[in-house]
Design a protein around this ligand. Structure first.
Ligand SMILES: [Zn+2]
Length: 410
């Protein structure tokens, strides 16, 4: 069988697995009839789906890819391996945090020792002046740069417009390129991009907790330009669409969340923020445009930017909290306390992150480790801060290719 036929089987398999887990199918815009078949009747038994996964895996493994299909074959093998691991989880198998991350995302997470976090906290201790603990001073400053709810949309739209303009200078987006923002509450995440196909996304922003000004650009770039929205749009255009625009590779019409593709998706979405806003450009835009729009004091922008740089390192505290909690070494209260201490979250934010970890488990590595791996891959080939054009080229190459973490060669 040709790879294309196995690809169709893979899509139908992912849709069938989605019947067992509402979070699994992140996006689907392939043939409607396939979805109708998957949704009809009772869900197919897990054992049957595992056997089906094994059959497709074997088929793909022995298939002869066409000259332009080498990465396509690797992609299908990687994605199918993750489907198998996810099915094992649904059958009740409990992976350790590290084993699960490796089985789903092709990366064994590094361990960050507490001394590393302590060192970052020490630097923050110097940056943040005034009385009280580092946590209290950080939260005190954060209080000052919260976007008033009534201004959230205006600030967010301004951030999106700028991120889109910058991205369009480098990427050829579909003519139908469009995304809509919705504001929601009661979610485990702070924002989510739902790709609809046809160059359209719905981006939902969770208003459960107050939004700090830096989140505006983070979300606009991460969820939108050049992050998830652009990643999905380019994959659709370049691969899923019928020739001559694309290749008619239907496996790209479905996106299973718990798969190696997510490490590339989250890693590029995070790294994309500084591709679009390199060096001091981010600070300048936030200070001169977003702070005034939100009615905040631009004098706080510079210090807050330095603080954010340290927080990038502290983001790895999520992995340690998740590993300890999921492997049973930290109970819920201690895991939340760990996040308050090392990622400087409020108790409410830490509780929200634990709810995220309950649902998405080792997925947390995709944000911080994903970003680190993507940066390493781009910079190793010359896409460094002092060569923004090369950086854009490599970044766009990565988000419009079937390359999975194993294919980064790191
Ligand atoms: Zn994301």
């Amino acid at each position: 069988m040709a790879l294309s036929e196995w690809a169709s089987d893979y899509v139908n398999l992912v849709l069938a697995v989605g019947r067992h887990d509402g979070n699994f199918v992140d996006a689907y815009y392939g043939p409607k009839a396939w979805k109708q078949v998957a949704d009809a009747g009772a869900p197919r038994p897990l054992a049957e789906l595992r056997a089906e996964t094994g059959r497709i895996l074997e088929g793909v493994a022995v298939s002869e890819p066409l000259p332009d299909e080498t990465l396509r074959k690797d992609y299908l093998l990687g994605q199918l391996g993750a489907v198998d691991a996810h099915l094992a989880r649904l059958e009740g198998h409990r992976f350790s945090f590290d084993d699960e991350a490796e089985a789903l995302y092709q990366v064994r997470p590094t361990v960050t020792i507490e001394a590393t976090f302590e060192a970052a906290l020490g630097r923050l201790d110097h940056l943040l002046e005034g009385p009280g603990s580092v946590q209290e001073r950080y939260q005190g400053m954060r209080e000052r740069i919260l976007v008033p709810t009534l201004r959230v949309d205006e600030v967010f739209q301004a951030a999106i417009a700028e991120a889109r303009d910058r991205t369009r200078k480098h990427a050829v987006l579909p003519e139908s390129d469009h995304f809509r923002v919705e504001y929601v509450t009661g979610k485990a995440w702070s924002a989510y991009n739902w790709y609809q196909g046809g160059g359209h996304s719905v981006i939902q922003v969770n208003l459960d907790l107050p939004i700090a000004i830096d989140r505006a650009l983070d979300l606009a770039a991460h969820e939108g330009y050049p992050g998830h929205h652009v990643y999905n749009a380019l994959l659709e255009q370049r691969f899923a669409q019928a020739p001559p625009t694309g290749k008619g590779w239907l496996e790209f019409t479905v996106y299973p969340l718990f798969s190696p593709q997510s490490l590339i998706a989250e890693g590029t979405a995070n790294f994309g923020i500084e591709v679009a806003f390199p060096g001091e450009e981010r600070l300048a835009f936030e200070r001169d445009v977003l702070f005034p729009l939100a009615g905040l004091d631009p004098a706080d922008a510079q210090c807050w930017a330095r603080v954010q740089a340290e927080l990038k390192l502290l983001a790895f505290a999520d992995n340690e909290a998740a590993r300890g909690y999921l492997d049973g070494h930290l109970d819920r209260a201690r895991a939340e306390a760990f996040l308050v201490k090392y990622s400087l979250r409020t108790e409410a934010q830490a509780a929200q992150r634990l709810r995220f970890i309950d649902t998405y488990r080792s997925y947390v590595i995709n944000y911080n480790l994903g970003e680190q791996l993507v940066r390493t891959w781009v910079e190793a080939q010359g896409g460094t801060l002092d060569d923004p054009a090369r950086r854009w080229t490599l970044f766009l190459e990565l988000i419009s290719s079937p390359r999975l973490p194993r294919g980064l060669g790191l």
